[in-house]
Design a protein around this ligand. Sequence first.
Ligand SMILES: [Zn+2]
Length: 412
Amino acid sequence: MSPTINRDRLLSEIQALASISEADPPVVTRIVFTPSDLKARTWMKACCEEAGLKVREDAIGNTFARWNGSDPAAPVVGTGSHIDAIPNAGKYDGVVGVLGGLEAIRALQQSGFRPKHSIELLIFTSEEPTRFGIGCLGSRLLSGTLSPDSARHLKDNDGATVDEVRRKAGFSGELDDVKLPGNYYKAFVELHIEQGPLLERQQTPLGIVTEIAAPASLRILIEGSGGHAGGVLMPDRRDALCAAAELILAIESAARNSGAIDTVATVGICDVFPGAVNSIPSRVRLSVDIRDTNLQRRDEVIRAIGATCDAIAATRQVSVHSKLLNADAPADCAPAIIEALSQSCRKHGLNFLPMVSRAYHDSLFMARIAPVAMLFIPCRNGYSHRPDEYASPEDIFRGTIVLAETLAALSA
Ligand SMILES: [Zn+2]
């Protein structure tokens, strides 16, 4: 069995999907449950059905396209990713894993291979947090990481709830039925662009992910006292922005001092009120993102930030309130899938890099209910989430062929 990728078909499908966008090329914008997302879903389902796959959708719109194995009751071998795209994005994030997954299945079909375990392509709903403020909505529900009740009431910027929006988009089933049973999967493999520069820098065509780092996010509100920038003298000030500045540097230090290169912390938002040149800042809101491959180490950083908040509140006479918005656990990838991926790489004489996924993916949540692993291909300059995101055809083909052979090995 040696599957052959139909290169022209795969590239033209990537192009075709990129053209279903809310923005002009080369920009791709495809927000969940907008007309462009729904059009892309319809197009994807037609491609899957044309390949003879049986398509089903759950109540949140996760789409499963199944190639039945000779033992249909045996646990499934899954692959897939997402097709939603943040505003002003490119055409490869998520899409390579979905269309590469579909092409891998078609290549196996044409090679004469017949799986024992069913092979299923999964297109996740809303990997990106753009609309509802939470990433991986579909996989969180599939894995039971997010309860249907919490999901139902999430709102978009127009105040519409997930429940209203999904029903309007035609997904009317029960959210309680989305969670998959623990024995559903034998394995789940996600092909994805790296979204970082390491593979390109080391001129290595493939990365095999061994661990997926997990994000935690905090929202911190600092309240001090405002006033006239000329009138209030320095000894009397309770400047919220000065307190925030001290805290931001302490957050940086907490991550740097964790003792591991895998600990990262970022303050990505700093809203200052009232934001006038001659007014002392009275209120500041910070958003903090903390990630690590090690749960204890990451949570230690969160505790250190909490202690610093208290200390700064006391010394600067301001109030500091910190709220933990989410704290997902990191995941280890499954040795058996890592081995299947490695074997295919070795067979083709392809170098690969064992690596950590520092961005999070649906696979992080699928790891709660399935053995998972991920396969990365390089992307130019590590650029992602921008219109000039680029993965070369050769890299996409290599990833797809290794994915196909891995699906075959796992489903035999
Ligand atoms: Zn992605």
